[in-house]
Design a protein around this ligand. Structure first.
Ligand code: CMP
Length: 208
């Protein structure tokens, strides 16, 4: 932890157990949050279907949108694990942005990445076939993922895939089984490794 982070955590840090609902979609926005440790699901509910838009981890922030645009919360935030979060009120947030071009730039870059991910989700929803949607999701996440030994990482646990893609667990299991067998993906408890983006993209073309 850097000295600045340590100071921020001392002043604004709070602990939240797994399952804590930090805020719900539609509520008025108050604070924004920076994740010091743990993971937070960002989810939207339509009727009785809940879709996890993304899962955020250490160093990432959320809850900034309603502060920036004065609109209600665009999604619900739930602790997927025990979390340590820095809770920042709107005035402190504004002071931070005004005083540091570096913080503002980092935030703009992150928001651009989120917009790109949202575009990918729109493209994903336009695919009719459930199997194609699972493969498209893994491909797009892998394209944005970190390079690791053996390929690009997708930090989404297999158990979270149905809620992330909005596809039945049985279909997800079947597709993941095929991908693993064809060595297009390696599955582990915390996520996937995609050894070759080109081969996975090629496979997706067959399913479209
Ligand atoms: P806010 O609208 O205040 O509350 C919900 C938060 O979820 C939102 O701010 C963002 O920080 C975050 N969020 C909403 N949509 C997405 C998305 N598609 N990807 C990542 N984070 C999101």
């Amino acid at each position: 932890m850097s000295a600045v982070e340590e100071q921020l955590f001392q002043r604004f840090g709070r602990e939240f157990p797994k399952g804590s609902i930090l805020f719900r979609e539609g509520e008025p926005g108050r604070d924004m949050f920076v994740i010091q440790s743990g993971k937070v699901h960002i989810a939207k509910t339509v009727g009785d279907v809940e879709k996890i838009l993304t899962t955020l981890g250490g160093g990432e922030f959320f809850g900034e949108m309603s502060i920036l645009n004065n609109r209600p919360r665009s999604a619900t935030a739930v602790c997927a694990e025990d979390c340590r979060l820095i809770v920042i009120d709107p005035r402190t947030f504004e002071t931070m942005i005004r005083s540091s071009a570096e913080i503002a730039l980092r935030m703009i870059k992150k928001l651009a990445t989120r917009l790109q991910a949202a575009d990918d989700q729109i493209e994903n929803l336009l695919l009719r076939d459930g199997s194609a949607r699972v493969v498209h999701f893994l491909l797009k996440e892998a394209e944005r993922g970190e390079s690791a030994a053996g390929g690009r990482r997708v930090e989404v646990p297999p158990a979270d895939l149905p809620a992330r893609v909005g596809v039945e667990p049985a279909t997800v299991d079947e597709v993941v089984g095929k991908l693993v067998k064809a060595q297009l993906a390696v599955a582990g408890p915390s996520g996937f490794t995609v050894p070759d983006l080109g081969r996975l993209a090629h496979f997706l073309e067959f399913l479209r």
